[in-house]
Write a protein that binds this ligand. Structure first.
Ligand SMILES: NC(=O)C1=CN([C@@H]2O[C@H](COP(=O)(O)OP(=O)(O)OC[C@H]3O[C@@H](n4cnc5c(N)ncnc54)[C@H](O)[C@@H]3O)[C@@H](O)[C@H]2O)C=CC1
Ligand SMILES: O=C(O)[C@H]1O[C@H](OP(=O)(O)OP(=O)(O)OC[C@H]2O[C@@H](n3ccc(=O)[nH]c3=O)[C@H](O)[C@@H]2O)[C@H](O)[C@@H](O)[C@@H]1O
Length: 492
């Protein structure tokens, strides 16, 4: 192709701009760029350090397979930039994938979604746009947000036409690239007008580069917005259900793995997402359920709100139940005792610590004056210290708006190896299911610990019988109790 042909091709390229280069914006856009070589994708962010990292060798997030995808398209049809306004002005399709934290003040505090970042993105789009735009909600937002966004855009439109679409993201961290390559479904909601349908078709054409047609679902705007909240609520509810049963298993001698397996064999229930744990974490489940609760309350549905609130209550109960197990097993005090914490990320294969159960467990143990030593293969000491010093929900704001110099948390040390964390400890708590925790030399760990030596497995990763044979006292979530623990109260 000659120079003119190439120039024409570039001029005609569909241009996508994504506002927000985070866990969703980064991987999602990288995969669109990879699968659609004819589309130019620019990811923009107000955080200069995040953009620098996306352009460097060490990407700002750890996600298996992501490096490879980014390397294949960066500089070709995938770009990362802080030039937010320029790229928004040039784009045909603008994805908005900014933070939607839980409000901490004012109306709806502790429940409602804080749409500050969304609103400022929408106002900026309205300010700089000179050509028609499709604006796509990629962030998880309260149902009816599109109506508010539409008002912001059209009140300042200066003749520009906007179509708002809801295209929620269903990827899970740790498996984001696989989830994006082969999604269970892609959901697109739009206005039921000719212009709305055309916009839906335009976005459908993007995904159709690699997603089979029957997996691209189209709905009205409100169904798409609500489906995302509902999907996360259903998923979290499964975990709270199995975790609630885990408490009953411990009280009765049933084994939660056997119960979950038997229950999951029913094809109407299915086997996935039934692993009992110390509690679910991650940036979204709690935030999105609180948001759902708030929307139900605002719509005069307190019974429905209470139903979903219970999913979070059980999750909080599971975390405090775990802390109480640790303390009550160790003669009702951990004051001054070294406790090793293995795993700090909210799940394996990610360095993300947002709303990780490890924060609550560590804070609970620190509250009982334990001295804790933490090891996680992907989380930095700086991050751990920030997390333990941060107020609830502050973590979900852009990094540069979070408190910069958190007070040092005394009685916490961070090690780069599980053996160092456990050396001289009275107990080991496993809080993330990293594969390497299955393979540790537990005999060596035992030899270097205080006695009696305890293991509290919040993820059911160790073989409890093998560890008992070594000499450990072992607590595994939802499993028949060690004789040592039988007479200890679960909640002191
Ligand atoms: N993390 C996940 O696995 C999933 C998250 N979501 C949703 O996606 C949204 C984004 O989540 P994450 O990517 O995890 O958040 P994140 O915090 O990793 O990324 C958000 C980015 O937006 C940037 N930002 C905020 N306001 C901006 C503005 N006005 N202009 C330019 N950049 C701005 C921030 O600096 C930050 O880098 C949330 O609504 C979340 O609920 C949905 C599905 C999965
Ligand atoms: O909206 C979001 O942010 C995303 O939230 C979750 O994804 P994610 O939080 O990344 O990870 P999950 O695999 O869902 O795990 C969430 C938490 O539940 C825990 N979990 C998961 C499964 C299980 O059986 N038991 C259990 O305790 C995990 O350890 C983790 O702490 C959903 O799975 C995604 O579909 C959704 O897009």
């Amino acid at each position: 192709m000659g120079f003119v042909g190439r120039a024409l091709e570039i001029a005609n390229m569909v241009k996508i701009c994504c506002i927000g280069a985070g866990y969703v914006g980064g991987p999602t856009m990288a995969v669109i760029a990879l699968k659609c070589p004819s589309i130019e994708v620019v990811v923009v962010d107000i955080s200069a350090s995040r953009i620098a990292a996306w352009n460097g060798d060490q990407l700002p997030i750890y996600e298996p397979g992501l490096d490879d995808v980014v390397k294949q398209c960066r500089g070709k049809n995938l770009f990362f930039s802080t030039n937010v306004e320029v790229h928004v002005a040039e784009a045909d399709i603008i994805f908005v994938s900014v933070n939607t934290p839980t409000k901490t003040r004012g109306l709806g505090a502790g429940k409602a979604a804080d749409l500050t970042y969304w609103e400022s993105a929408a106002r900026m789009i309205a300010d700089v746009s000179r050509s028609d735009k499709i604006v796509v909600e990629k962030s998880t937002v309260p149902v009816k947000t599109a109506e508010a966004i539409e008002k912001i855009l059209t009140h300042n439109s200066k003749g520009v036409n906007y179509q708002i679409l809801s295209n929620p993201e269903f990827l899970a961290e740790g498996t984001a690239i696989q989830d994006l390559f082969t999604p269970d479904r892609v959901l697109i909601g739009g206005r039921e007008t000719p212009e709305g349908r055309r916009a839906v078709q335009t976005l459908k054409d993007v995904y159709a580069h690699w997603v089979p047609e029957d997996r691209i679902l189209t709905t009205n705007l409100w169904s798409a917005e609500l489906s995302k909240l509902a999907a996360n609520a259903f998923l979290a509810q499964r975990i709270s259900s199995v975790n609630a049963i885990s408490a009953l298993c411990e009280a009765t001698g049933a084994n939660v793995s056997e119960v979950a397996f038997a229950v999951g064999k029913d094809s109407r229930i299915g086997p996935k997402f039934l692993n009992a744990s110390v509690g679910f974490g991650g940036s979204c489940f709690q935030k999105d359920i609180l948001n759902l609760v708030y929307i139900c309350e605002c719509n005069g549905l307190p019974e429905v709100a209470n139903y979903w609130r219970q999913v979070i209550k059980i999750n909080d109960y599971q975390k405090s139940r775990f802390v109480n197990r640790v303390v009550s097993s160790m003669f009702n005090t951990v004051s001054g005792k070294k406790i090793a914490v293995l795993g700090f990320a909210f799940k394996k294969d990610t360095g993300d610590t947002r709303e990780t159960p490890a924060i609550d467990v560590c804070k609970g143990l620190l509250g009982d004056k334990a001295s804790i030593s933490i090891y996680d293969p992907q989380v930095t000491e700086e991050q751990i210290r920030r997390d333990l010093a941060m107020n609830k929900f502050d973590w979900d704001h852009p990094a540069h708006l979070q408190p910069t110099s958190p007070a040092a948390v005394k009685q916490v040390s961070v090690t780069w190896d599980a053996y160092a964390a456990a050396k001289g400890a009275h107990g080991v708590c496993i809080l993330t299911e990293w594969d390497e925790f299955r393979e540790l030399d537990y005999q060596m760990i035992y030899d270097n610990m205080q006695k009696p030596a305890f293991v509290f497995d919040g993820r059911n990763v160790v073989d409890a019988e093998k560890l008992r044979a070594i000499g450990f006292i072992v607590y595994s979530i939802g499993k028949p109790l060690d004789s040592w623990l039988k007479d200890m109260p679960a909640i002191a």
